[in-house]
Design a protein around this ligand. Structure first.
Ligand SMILES: *Cc1c(COP(=O)(O)O)cnc(C)c1O
Length: 407
């Protein structure tokens, strides 16, 4: 094991402490990493990631979601190269904008139109704004503990956030119909939208798929009140179903927010919506200096086209099942009680009786030393670049991790 004290990673962390508050912001802050995890990476290819100290890992985080075809996918990189030779940030979009919008509207059944931004937060925030503009109402229901982005209306931190920023938010519990009805009651005639994640993927907790009753209930109460149903598909979008994560449930949202995997690592997000909100989406003012940049749109067209050709969700499901079954067998072999939840393409592994994630963190640290990058609290991500051999390499590394915990 490389001594972290003299590593290139620790030298960068030391320099960063002087010029970057806390060394790094948000979810990538070192405080959130298990012991021995690198913070800085040198390069990545396919499902392999190499840190600045030359250690290489099979990657099960996929940049926390954006990487879906694999790092530096050749088709995406070729499209990026070609577009960047033409122009990226110009006085307006390139023709690729229309091509991309046509592709998204074609792929996503509920989408009558779409618009693009850079980050998932842009998309979720635009959804809320469009729903309010379209209904002329203010109240928005969100699930308690759900993540929808990093601006005051939805940030997980209260630092710098005022009560007024969240004055019109009401909370329900995921999959709990009675809590939805109670929040609806409080919203009264002022309900603009219900925002819901594709599944319950809260940090550090057992993941929950939406029950059909829950999904259909949200749809019917929105229909009854004229509020917009907003599915936040930023994290799960294109991994579970290329048509949108709730399509299999037979529930179509009025608005959906997308980002992470849409352009295989290039900065892009999308809002898709139905016709009744087209006028509202026209009236709101939403834009950004870089929102019309052509390169990430070219990356998105290449990514979505390839995801379709590969039937990407099916491949990731197969690899995810292999991973889930292999982890269950190996944990059992070592006499360890683990809980695996979430869709297999986006698995979460927690140890039982591990409220502070100490076992999970020690397991991940040991697994990392054997060449696989897992996460002890957050859901992980499969990609199309993971082969059966890569999953088996992860399982071998995890076996070492389990053995360490069992001792
Ligand atoms: C990541 C995420 C967001 C925010 O996306 P950013 O690109 O980080 O702004 C919103 N919703 C969900 C469910 C996410 O996972």
């Amino acid at each position: 094991m490389i001594s972290l004290v003299n590593s290139a990673d620790s030298a960068l962390r030391t320099r960063a402490q002087r010029v970057i508050p806390g060394g790094l912001w948000g979810h990538m802050n070192a405080a959130n990493l298990p012991e021995g995890y690198p913070q800085y990476f040198a390069h990545a290819n396919g499902c392999r990631l190499t840190d600045v100290d030359g250690r290489s890992f099979v990657d099960l985080m996929c940049a926390w979601g954006p990487i879906i075809l694999g790092h530096r996918n050749p088709l995406v990189e070729a499209a990026v190269h070609e577009q960047s030779m033409q122009g990226d940030c110009m006085n307006g979009p390139g023709p690729i904008l229309v091509e991309l919008a046509e592709l998204v509207v074609d792929m996503v059944p509920h989408a009558d139109w779409c618009l693009f931004g850079k980050n998932g937060t842009d998309a979720t925030t635009s959804c809320v704004t469009i729903a309010r503009a379209g209904t002329g109402r203010r109240k928005v229901l969100v699930a308690r503990g759900a993540y929808h982005g990093a601006v005051p209306w939805c940030s997980p931190s209260v630092a710098g956030v005022t009560e007024e920023d969240r004055a019109h938010l009401l909370h329900y519990r995921y999959n709990d119909l009675a809590s939805v009805d109670a929040a609806m009651e409080r919203a009264g005639a002022d309900l603009a939208a219900i925002v819901v994640s594709a599944f319950r993927h809260d940090f550090g907790f057992t993941q929950e798929l939406p029950t059909p009753e829950f999904a259909h209930h949200l749809r019917s109460v929105c229909d009854a009140t004229g509020a917009a149903l907003v599915v936040d598909d930023v994290r799960a979008g294109f991994r579970l179903d290329l048509r949108g994560s709730w399509e299999r449930l037979g529930v179509r949202p009025d608005l959906s927010a997308w980002s992470k995997a849409i352009a295989n690592g290039y900065a892009l997000s999308a809002v898709t919506g139905r016709d009744w909100l087209r006028q509202a989406a026209t009236e709101i003012f939403t834009t950004g200096s870089f929102w019309c940049s052509a390169v990430s749109m070219a990356a998105a067209v290449a990514t979505l086209t390839e995801l379709r050709r590969l039937d990407a969700p099916a491949h990731m499901r197969l690899m995810g099942e292999r991973l889930r079954q292999g982890l269950a067998e190996r944990a059992a072999h070592h006499g360890l009680a683990i809980t695996q939840t979430g869709p297999v393409q986006m698995p979460t592994l927690l140890f039982q009786d591990d409220p502070e994630w100490q076992k999970g963190s020690a397991f991940c640290a040991e697994t990392l030393r054997h060449g696989a990058y897992l996460h002890p609290k957050h859901n992980m991500f499969l990609s199309c670049a993971h082969t059966a051999a890569d999953i088996d390499a992860v399982l071998d590394a995890a076996d070492a991790g389990f053995r360490f915990i069992a001792r």
